[in-house]
Design a protein around this ligand. Structure first.
Ligand code: PMP
Length: 366
C-alpha cells in the first residue's frame, strides 16, 4: 500500500460496479439500465440549459424538486436531490445511522450498503434472507443504529408489502432511529397513484412517519443512468439533515444539465409508465421462457430477474453468455453464486438472450 494513503483510505473496500464494456458490442443485461431512450422532452430541456453554463447551478434544485413534488404528490420541502441515488445513499449513511449500534440491512442486498458503512465507520449487521430469499421484517425488530432495505430488494427483485415496513418504522421510531427504504426499482412493481412511484411505495406514508425516508432514482425508471440524478423523500427535518451533509461536502452536486433533464423527465409520467409497462411484460415473458428451460426464477417486481438452473454453475453460464455477446451480472457467495441477475431489456434484447442461452445449453458448456 502506498505510504501516502491515510488510515481511512487503507481501510476502504470500494464498490465494484457492473462492467461497462468498451469496444466490442454486447447486449447489456448486467447493470439494470432501461433499454429505451429517455423521454424526448429530456433532451430538449438539456439543450435549453446548455445555452448558459456560465453560472453555478441552483444549489437547492428548486425547479427539479417542484417537478418531483408534483409527480410524487408531496411538497418540495420533503425532497432532497443528489448526484445519483448512490450519492443520496452515501449522505443517508452519514446523516442518520447511529454508531455504536449496528445499522441493519439484509445479507443479500445492494452491495453498496456495506461500502457506505465502511466509509463512515459504522458497524453493521446483516440478517440473512429467509430460505426463499425474502426479507423477514421480524429480524429487524431489535435495537439498532437504523435500518435500510431496498423494496423491491436487489438482486432478488422480491417485493415486501408496505404494511410490514410501516410497522417496522413504528418500532424504529420508538428507538429514535430511521427506516430507509430504497425504492430504486419501485416503479417496476406496477404504477401507483403517482406517476413517479410504484404501487407499493411508502411515500404516501411519510407524513405519518417522521422517521421514514424513501430513496429513488431516475436511472432506471426514466432511462437516465448517464445523467446521475437520484432523490429522497421524507419529513422536512430528515431532508434538512441531508442538506447539512451535502453542504458540508459539495454545494452543487447536481449540474444545470442534470437538473433540467431530470425535471423534464419527472414531468413526463406517461412516457415513464409506457416504458415500464413494456419492461414488466418482457419480465413475465422471460420468466415463463426460463421456467420452460428448467430455471428457477425468484418472483420479481423489478426490471431484472434473479434466476438459476439447478446443476449449472452460474460462473460457467455467465461466461458462456458473454462469449455469445450477452452480459449478465453474478454475485459470488454461497447462496447467490449460481444465480444470474438478468436485466430486462426490450423484446429483441430478450430474444437474443434466450437464443444465446439455448446455444450455451446445447453446447453443453454450461
Ligand atoms: N439502489 C439500488 C438498490 C440499486 O440497485 C442502484 C443501482 N446500482 C442504486 C440504488 C443506485 O442508482 P443510481 O446511483 O444510478 O441512482
Amino acid at each position: 500500500m502506498n505510504p501516502y494513503w491515510n488510515r481511512r483510505v487503507r481501510k476502504l473496500e470500494p464498490y465494484v460496479p457492473g462492467e461497462q464494456p468498451r469496444g466490442r458490442k454486447f447486449i447489456k443485461l448486467n447493470t439494470n439500465e432501461n433499454p429505451y431512450p429517455p423521454s424526448p422532452k429530456v433532451l430538449e430541456a438539456i439543450r435549453g440549459a446548455a445555452g448558459d453554463l456560465r453560472l453555478y447551478p441552483d444549489p437547492a434544485c428548486t425547479a427539479l424538486r417542484e417537478a418531483i413534488a408534483e409527480a410524487a404528490g408531496v411538497k418540495p420541502a420533503q425532497i432532497f436531490a443528489g448526484n445519483g441515488s448512490d450519492e443520496v445513499l452515501a449522505f443517508v449513511f452519514a446523516a442518520f445511522f447511529q454508531a455504536p449500534d449496528p445499522v441493519l440491512f439484509p445479507d443479500i442486498t445492494y452491495s453498496f450498503y456495506p461500502v457506505y458503512a465502511g466509509l463512515w465507520d459504522l458497524p453493521f449487521e446483516t440478517p440473512p434472507l429467509t430460505g426463499d430469499f425474502r426479507i423477514d421484517p421480524a429480524d429487524y425488530r431489535r435495537p439498532s443504529g437504523g435500518v435500510i432495505v431496498p423494496n423491491p430488494n436487489a438482486p432478488t427483485g422480491i417485493l415486501l408489502e408496505p404494511g410490514a415496513l410501516l410497522s417496522l418504522a413504528e418500532d424504529l421510531a420508538r428507538q429514535n432511529r430511521v427506516l430507509v427504504v430504497d425504492e430504486a426499482y419501485g416503479l417496476f412493481a406496477g404504477p401507483g397513484a403517482h406517476s413517479l412511484l410504484g404501487a407499493a411505495s411508502l411515500v404516501p406514508h411519510i407524513e405519518a412517519h417522521p422517521n421514514l425516508l424513501t430513496v429513488h432514482t431516475f436511472s432506471k425508471m426514466a432511462s437516465l443512468a448517464g445523467l446521475r440524478v437520484g432523490f429522497a423523500i421524507g419529513n422536512e427535518a430528515l431532508i434538512e439533515a441531508l442538506c447539512r451533509v451535502r453542504d458540508s461536502f459539495n454545494s452543487y452536486p447536481l449540474d444545470a444539465l442534470a437538473q433540467a433533464g431530470a425535471a423534464a423527465a419527472a414531468a413526463d409520467g406517461a412516457y415513464r409508465a409506457e416504458t415500464a409497462a413494456r419492461i414488466r411484460a418482457q419480465r413475465e415473458r422471460v420468466t415463463g421462457a426460463l421456467r420452460e428451460r428448467g430455471f428457477e426464477t425468484l418472483p420479481s417486481a423489478a426490471n431484472f430477474i434473479f434466476t438459476r438452473r439447478p446443476g449449472i454453475r452460474g460462473a460457467d453460464l455467465s461466461a458462456a453468455l458473454r462469449e455469445r455477446g450477452i452480459l449478465v451480472r453474478r454475485f459470488d457467495g454461497p447462496r447467490t453464486g449460481d444465480f444470474l441477475r438478468v436485466t430486462i431489456g426490450a423484446a429483441e434484447d430478450m430474444d437474443a438472450f434466450l437464443e444465446a442461452l439455448d446455444a450455451a445449453l446445447a453446447a453443453g458448456r454450461a
